[in-house]
Design a protein around this ligand. Structure first.
Ligand code: FE
Ligand code: ZN
Length: 241
């Protein structure tokens, strides 16, 4: 692995990802809900934050932008379609574009639906995907600014990535997602086994992300929905649960 990726739990269930590239010495923060925790974590490790990458405009993903930029002078990259709602952006990207940490390249993927301009960063050389609030362990983001058809398309893009891709989600929603998934597919043995492991981990206070594309293909009821209508019905049922 060329990158060191550190998980920082903040607020009630957010994860901020602090990512260090040792060759260039660059360090970035993905979706900083707050500034103090990633600044302290970087300082502790002797790293200087040089970049922020944002997946979408929600305050629990961008709230730390301004203070981190003031403290470090870092460069901020985020979704072009949401630039009006993220005034701190320096570089605006969309599908087909890239972001770089040193020589490590992240490909931008458009994944609209949770928000209208939501993007993800896929780093093929690291098998890493920073997905924000589009895909969670056994779940997906709520459809605040998009449609079931868009989320269905997102799932097709994500399941096409290599199975071993590590998926860095922005929230610890695994337990509630898994409990819902079991109501959808009670006979799915991969899901039943996964939830046993998740319960053990959560009882010990452990994080359950990153997940992987392979695990989500086997257990995620939104990735596994066979049609747009099925995804829509599952999303509506989860919202009401
Ligand atoms: Fe969000
Ligand atoms: Zn969020």
């Amino acid at each position: 692995m060329a990158l060191e990726i550190i998980r920082i739990p903040v607020l009630s269930d957010n994860y901020i990802w602090l990512v260090h590239e040792p060759v260039s010495g660059e360090t970035m923060v993905v979706d900083p809900a707050v500034a103090d925790a990633p600044l302290a974590e970087a300082e502790k490790r002797g790293w200087k934050i040089t970049q922020i990458w944002n997946t979408h405009w929600h305050p629990d993903h961008t709230g730390g932008n301004a203070d981190i930029k003031t403290a470090t002078g870092c460069h901020i990259t985020g979704p072009a379609a949401e630039s009006a709602r993220i005034p701190t952006l320096d570089t605006m990207v969309q599908e087909g574009g890239t972001a770089r940490l040193g020589d490590v390249v992240g490909n931008v993927i458009d994944v609209p639906a949770h928000t209208a301009g939501h993007i993800a960063f896929h780093i093929p050389s690291e098998n890493a995907l920073f997905i924000g609030d589009t895909l969670f362990a056994m779940g997906c983001g709520r459809l605040f600014e998009g449609t079931p058809a868009q989320m269905f398309d997102n799932m097709r893009k994500l399941e096409a990535l290599p199975d071993e891709t590590a998926v860095y989600c922005a929230h610890e929603y695994t337990m509630s997602n898994g409990q819902f998934a079991l109501t959808v597919e009670p006979e799915n043995t991969a899901l039943v086994e996964r939830m046993k492991a998740v319960e053990t981990m959560r009882n010990r206070g452990e994080a359950t992300v990153p997940t992987s594309i392979a695990l989500e293909k086997a257990t995620n009821p939104f990735m596994r929905a066979a049609s747009i209508d099925e995804l829509a019905a599952r999303r509506a049922a989860k919202d009401a649960a």
